[in-house]
Design a protein around this ligand. Structure first.
Ligand code: FMN
Length: 216
Protein backbone atom coordinates (compact mmCIF):
# COMPACT_ATOMS: atom_id res chain seq x y z
CA UNK A 1 0.00 0.00 0.00
CA UNK A 2 1.56 3.29 -0.98
CA UNK A 3 0.31 6.78 -1.52
CA UNK A 4 2.29 9.28 -3.53
CA UNK A 5 3.61 12.07 -1.26
CA UNK A 6 2.33 14.67 -3.71
CA UNK A 7 -1.14 13.17 -3.50
CA UNK A 8 -1.20 13.82 0.23
CA UNK A 9 0.22 17.35 0.03
CA UNK A 10 -2.06 18.25 -2.86
CA UNK A 11 -5.12 16.98 -1.01
CA UNK A 12 -4.19 18.92 2.12
CA UNK A 13 -3.76 22.18 0.22
CA UNK A 14 -6.70 21.58 -2.11
CA UNK A 15 -9.11 21.18 0.79
CA UNK A 16 -10.51 24.26 2.51
CA UNK A 17 -13.42 25.00 4.76
CA UNK A 18 -16.08 25.18 2.07
CA UNK A 19 -18.46 28.09 2.60
CA UNK A 20 -20.62 27.54 -0.44
CA UNK A 21 -21.56 24.14 -1.90
CA UNK A 22 -22.98 23.40 -5.34
CA UNK A 23 -26.42 22.04 -4.35
CA UNK A 24 -26.81 20.19 -7.66
CA UNK A 25 -23.83 17.87 -7.13
CA UNK A 26 -24.18 14.72 -5.02
CA UNK A 27 -21.59 12.33 -3.64
CA UNK A 28 -21.92 8.91 -5.31
CA UNK A 29 -22.63 5.75 -3.28
CA UNK A 30 -19.13 4.27 -3.59
CA UNK A 31 -17.37 7.42 -2.42
CA UNK A 32 -19.94 7.76 0.34
CA UNK A 33 -19.22 4.20 1.50
CA UNK A 34 -15.49 5.08 1.71
CA UNK A 35 -16.32 8.16 3.78
CA UNK A 36 -18.44 6.05 6.13
CA UNK A 37 -15.48 3.67 6.48
CA UNK A 38 -13.29 6.57 7.58
CA UNK A 39 -15.69 7.17 10.47
CA UNK A 40 -16.12 3.53 11.42
CA UNK A 41 -12.36 2.84 11.24
CA UNK A 42 -11.26 5.94 13.16
CA UNK A 43 -9.30 5.16 16.32
CA UNK A 44 -10.55 6.03 19.80
CA UNK A 45 -9.22 5.70 23.33
CA UNK A 46 -9.38 2.01 24.40
CA UNK A 47 -11.19 1.50 21.08
CA UNK A 48 -14.48 2.39 22.75
CA UNK A 49 -15.98 4.43 19.87
CA UNK A 50 -18.26 6.52 22.09
CA UNK A 51 -20.00 8.05 19.09
CA UNK A 52 -22.84 7.93 16.62
CA UNK A 53 -22.88 9.76 13.30
CA UNK A 54 -26.27 10.96 12.11
CA UNK A 55 -26.54 11.41 8.35
CA UNK A 56 -29.41 13.83 7.89
CA UNK A 57 -31.13 13.33 4.55
CA UNK A 58 -34.47 14.89 5.45
CA UNK A 59 -34.68 18.29 3.69
CA UNK A 60 -37.17 19.81 6.11
CA UNK A 61 -35.00 18.81 9.05
CA UNK A 62 -31.89 20.24 7.35
CA UNK A 63 -33.70 23.59 7.04
CA UNK A 64 -34.56 23.49 10.75
CA UNK A 65 -30.93 22.70 11.62
CA UNK A 66 -29.69 25.53 9.39
CA UNK A 67 -31.78 28.00 11.41
CA UNK A 68 -29.89 26.98 14.57
CA UNK A 69 -26.47 26.97 12.80
CA UNK A 70 -26.04 30.71 12.28
CA UNK A 71 -28.03 30.18 9.05
CA UNK A 72 -24.95 28.71 7.41
CA UNK A 73 -25.91 27.63 3.87
CA UNK A 74 -23.71 24.51 3.98
CA UNK A 75 -26.30 22.73 6.16
CA UNK A 76 -28.86 22.64 3.35
CA UNK A 77 -26.70 22.98 0.21
CA UNK A 78 -24.13 20.24 0.81
CA UNK A 79 -24.70 16.79 -0.66
CA UNK A 80 -24.41 15.12 2.76
CA UNK A 81 -24.72 16.48 6.27
CA UNK A 82 -23.37 14.48 9.21
CA UNK A 83 -24.12 15.38 12.83
CA UNK A 84 -21.39 14.12 15.15
CA UNK A 85 -22.78 12.91 18.47
CA UNK A 86 -21.11 11.29 21.47
CA UNK A 87 -22.24 9.45 24.57
CA UNK A 88 -23.11 11.77 27.45
CA UNK A 89 -21.52 9.28 29.83
CA UNK A 90 -19.70 5.93 29.86
CA UNK A 91 -21.32 2.96 31.58
CA UNK A 92 -20.15 -0.49 32.62
CA UNK A 93 -22.90 -1.90 30.35
CA UNK A 94 -21.46 -0.09 27.34
CA UNK A 95 -17.97 -1.36 28.12
CA UNK A 96 -19.34 -4.91 28.49
CA UNK A 97 -21.04 -4.63 25.10
CA UNK A 98 -17.71 -3.51 23.61
CA UNK A 99 -15.99 -6.50 25.19
CA UNK A 100 -18.65 -8.82 23.72
CA UNK A 101 -17.91 -7.32 20.29
CA UNK A 102 -14.19 -8.04 20.83
CA UNK A 103 -14.93 -11.66 21.81
CA UNK A 104 -17.02 -12.17 18.69
CA UNK A 105 -14.68 -10.47 16.21
CA UNK A 106 -11.46 -11.99 17.56
CA UNK A 107 -13.03 -15.23 18.66
CA UNK A 108 -11.66 -15.13 22.20
CA UNK A 109 -13.33 -16.23 25.46
CA UNK A 110 -14.49 -13.74 28.06
CA UNK A 111 -11.72 -14.81 30.48
CA UNK A 112 -9.11 -13.51 28.06
CA UNK A 113 -10.63 -10.02 28.15
CA UNK A 114 -11.93 -9.83 31.73
CA UNK A 115 -8.84 -7.94 32.93
CA UNK A 116 -9.19 -5.39 30.12
CA UNK A 117 -12.91 -5.02 30.88
CA UNK A 118 -12.33 -4.48 34.62
CA UNK A 119 -9.49 -2.06 34.00
CA UNK A 120 -11.67 0.09 31.72
CA UNK A 121 -14.56 0.08 34.19
CA UNK A 122 -12.21 1.00 37.03
CA UNK A 123 -10.35 3.72 35.09
CA UNK A 124 -13.28 5.30 33.32
CA UNK A 125 -16.64 4.55 34.97
CA UNK A 126 -15.31 4.62 38.54
CA UNK A 127 -12.20 6.73 38.01
CA UNK A 128 -13.23 9.74 35.96
CA UNK A 129 -15.43 12.68 36.93
CA UNK A 130 -18.74 12.58 35.02
CA UNK A 131 -17.99 15.94 33.40
CA UNK A 132 -14.57 14.77 32.37
CA UNK A 133 -16.02 11.64 30.71
CA UNK A 134 -18.24 13.91 28.62
CA UNK A 135 -15.27 16.00 27.49
CA UNK A 136 -13.24 12.86 26.89
CA UNK A 137 -15.99 11.44 24.66
CA UNK A 138 -16.06 14.73 22.74
CA UNK A 139 -12.31 14.47 22.15
CA UNK A 140 -12.73 11.08 20.55
CA UNK A 141 -15.29 12.54 18.16
CA UNK A 142 -12.80 15.08 16.83
CA UNK A 143 -10.47 12.27 15.79
CA UNK A 144 -13.25 10.71 13.71
CA UNK A 145 -14.03 14.13 12.30
CA UNK A 146 -10.38 14.58 11.26
CA UNK A 147 -10.38 11.20 9.56
CA UNK A 148 -13.52 12.15 7.65
CA UNK A 149 -12.08 15.49 6.49
CA UNK A 150 -8.80 13.97 5.35
CA UNK A 151 -10.41 11.02 3.57
CA UNK A 152 -12.78 13.38 1.78
CA UNK A 153 -9.85 15.56 0.66
CA UNK A 154 -8.05 12.51 -0.76
CA UNK A 155 -11.22 11.68 -2.70
CA UNK A 156 -11.56 15.31 -3.90
CA UNK A 157 -14.74 15.77 -1.93
CA UNK A 158 -15.24 19.11 -0.22
CA UNK A 159 -16.07 19.48 3.43
CA UNK A 160 -16.55 21.93 6.22
CA UNK A 161 -16.36 21.04 9.89
CA UNK A 162 -18.99 22.95 11.80
CA UNK A 163 -19.10 24.03 15.40
CA UNK A 164 -21.15 27.10 14.60
CA UNK A 165 -24.33 25.46 15.75
CA UNK A 166 -26.52 25.23 18.84
CA UNK A 167 -25.98 21.66 20.13
CA UNK A 168 -28.98 21.76 22.47
CA UNK A 169 -31.31 22.84 19.63
CA UNK A 170 -29.83 20.05 17.49
CA UNK A 171 -30.57 17.54 20.25
CA UNK A 172 -34.17 18.78 20.29
CA UNK A 173 -34.67 18.54 16.52
CA UNK A 174 -32.93 15.16 16.31
CA UNK A 175 -34.84 13.67 19.24
CA UNK A 176 -31.68 13.14 21.28
CA UNK A 177 -32.78 14.82 24.51
CA UNK A 178 -33.66 11.53 26.21
CA UNK A 179 -31.02 9.50 24.39
CA UNK A 180 -27.54 8.53 25.61
CA UNK A 181 -26.05 10.64 22.78
CA UNK A 182 -25.65 14.41 22.41
CA UNK A 183 -24.63 16.67 19.55
CA UNK A 184 -21.01 17.79 19.45
CA UNK A 185 -20.47 19.20 15.96
CA UNK A 186 -21.26 18.51 12.31
CA UNK A 187 -19.61 18.04 8.93
CA UNK A 188 -21.10 19.10 5.60
CA UNK A 189 -19.75 17.27 2.54
CA UNK A 190 -20.18 17.68 -1.20
CA UNK A 191 -18.72 19.78 -3.98
CA UNK A 192 -17.66 23.43 -3.83
CA UNK A 193 -19.57 26.08 -5.72
CA UNK A 194 -17.45 27.64 -8.49
CA UNK A 195 -18.38 30.99 -6.96
CA UNK A 196 -17.00 30.24 -3.48
CA UNK A 197 -14.17 32.77 -3.25
CA UNK A 198 -12.63 31.06 -0.23
CA UNK A 199 -11.27 28.27 -2.43
CA UNK A 200 -8.79 30.81 -3.86
CA UNK A 201 -7.63 32.19 -0.49
CA UNK A 202 -4.12 31.50 0.78
CA UNK A 203 -3.97 29.17 3.77
CA UNK A 204 -3.21 31.02 6.99
CA UNK A 205 -0.90 28.87 9.08
CA UNK A 206 1.89 29.63 11.52
CA UNK A 207 5.30 28.60 10.18
CA UNK A 208 6.16 24.93 10.49
CA UNK A 209 9.15 25.58 12.78
CA UNK A 210 6.87 27.46 15.18
CA UNK A 211 4.31 24.70 15.37
CA UNK A 212 6.55 21.65 15.25
CA UNK A 213 9.43 21.49 17.72
CA UNK A 214 12.01 18.73 17.65
CA UNK A 215 13.24 17.76 21.11
CA UNK A 216 16.71 16.30 20.93
C1 FMN B 1 -13.93 22.10 14.84
C2 FMN B 1 -14.13 23.08 13.73
C3 FMN B 1 -15.28 23.85 13.67
C4 FMN B 1 -15.50 24.74 12.61
N1 FMN B 1 -16.70 25.40 12.50
C5 FMN B 1 -16.96 26.10 11.36
C6 FMN B 1 -18.26 26.62 11.10
O1 FMN B 1 -19.20 26.47 11.88
N2 FMN B 1 -18.46 27.28 9.91
C7 FMN B 1 -17.47 27.46 8.99
O2 FMN B 1 -17.73 28.06 7.94
N3 FMN B 1 -16.23 26.97 9.22
C8 FMN B 1 -15.96 26.31 10.35
N4 FMN B 1 -14.71 25.76 10.56
C9 FMN B 1 -13.65 25.98 9.55
C10 FMN B 1 -12.43 26.75 10.05
O3 FMN B 1 -12.73 28.10 10.19
C11 FMN B 1 -11.29 26.50 9.07
O4 FMN B 1 -11.00 25.12 9.05
C12 FMN B 1 -10.03 27.28 9.41
O5 FMN B 1 -10.26 28.65 9.30
C13 FMN B 1 -8.85 26.90 8.53
O6 FMN B 1 -9.15 27.07 7.16
P1 FMN B 1 -9.12 25.90 6.11
O7 FMN B 1 -9.91 24.76 6.70
O8 FMN B 1 -9.82 26.47 4.89
O9 FMN B 1 -7.71 25.53 5.83
C14 FMN B 1 -14.50 24.89 11.62
C15 FMN B 1 -13.32 24.13 11.71
C16 FMN B 1 -13.15 23.22 12.72
C17 FMN B 1 -11.91 22.35 12.73
Amino acid sequence: MSVDLNTVKNALTWRYATKSFDPSRKIGPEAWAALEDSLVLAPSSYGLQPWQFLVVENTELRHKLKAVSWNQSQVTDASHFVVITTLRDMSADYIKAFIRQNMEVRNVPHEALAGYENMMIKNIVDGMEKNYIRTWNHRQAYIAMGFLLETAALLEIDTVAMEGLDPKAYDRFLGLEESPYETVSAVALGYRSAEDKYQFAQKVRFPKDQVIKVIR
